[in-house]
Design a binder for this molecule. Sequence first.
Ligand SMILES: CC(C)(COP(=O)(O)OP(=O)(O)OC[C@H]1O[C@@H](n2cnc3c(N)ncnc32)[C@H](O)[C@@H]1OP(=O)(O)O)[C@@H](O)C(=O)NCCC(=O)NCCS
Length: 310
Amino acid sequence: MSWTSRPYESPADLRLMQAFTSECLRFDWPAPAFHPGDLDWWSRDSVSGAVPLSERIRLWFAGEPDASELVAWGWFGLPRDLDLLVRPDARGSDLAEAVVGWAAERAVALAGRGSTPDELQAFAADSQPLLVDNLKRLGFGETAGAMTVGLVRRFEGWEVPKPALPPGFSTRTLAAGDIAERIVLGRLAFPNSQLTAERYDVARRSTLYRPALDQLVAGPNGSLVALALGWLDPVTLALELEPVAVHPAWHRHGLGRAVCLAAIRAGIALGATTGLIYAESHNVAGLGLYTSLGYEITTRMRPYRRPLPG
Ligand SMILES: CC(C)(COP(=O)(O)OP(=O)(O)OC[C@H]1O[C@@H](n2cnc3c(N)ncnc32)[C@H](O)[C@@H]1OP(=O)(O)O)[C@@H](O)C(=O)NCCC(=O)NCCS
């Protein structure tokens, strides 16, 4: 197979990548590896002072760049992580080698002086065995690192219950004045969160962000206690929830369920027909919540590593 590639240039490339991600999502359903909303959510990191997306994303085309179809994208995460999406009919081809070669070059080029990582880590879904075999042929081995699971459910035929909340609690959508508190809540739930107001602003200006899908639960004193952000793919009508979180002081009061139901109901009102969520495989509470909402695990994204030449 022959192809050409170029680095990410502008937000128009994100749209191209999202259209391609939708196509793959449809092909790979019910076990897709990515949702187009992921790309908007990840791109929140493209704030001033951060490594620009042009140095972390590359696009591969079937022929002449921009005059032919996209066949793959690679998204590099510092210091050593590669997410890649390859067209289904090319997953067994040497296209993966090109993406991996680019990522290895990025790991070295973007490393600080003297701190080049020892390994490159690529993620691949069990539902894409051709890609997994390809990575293994390229010297990657499975590691014990954190695994992500993908869960899906159909919305058709589901009488989605109204969110049930303890007295004094209510669901609502995010208002501009909520952002600082929303970020604090996210940081309490995800201690490694790097979210800032600037990053959240990037996410809110992204293509697939819908204010109606940015759901919150407020407690009796008005403070925020839960959040769920929905991303609706207008092509496949799949609704992804990312992220979902409840204030640690309020776990197991039904707030996670309520905020997810609020986001799902808002998504269905906008046309969503299916739901998709990714969660870390060791997140017992997250998996418990999503399976209690009728989501089923359909794939596992495993990390694979290979040494980087020193
Ligand atoms: C995951 C999280 C959102 C759950 O929120 P929550 O408000 O505690 O969940 P709910 O009270 O609504 O629970 C609804 C159902 O989910 C399941 N569940 C929730 N927590 C659970 C746990 N720790 N273990 C097993 N099942 C659990 C149960 O079926 C529960 O119903 P039940 O209480 O009637 O048994 C919360 O633990 C959290 O914010 N964790 C940190 C952030 C995070 O991991 N987010 C998810 C990322 S994918």
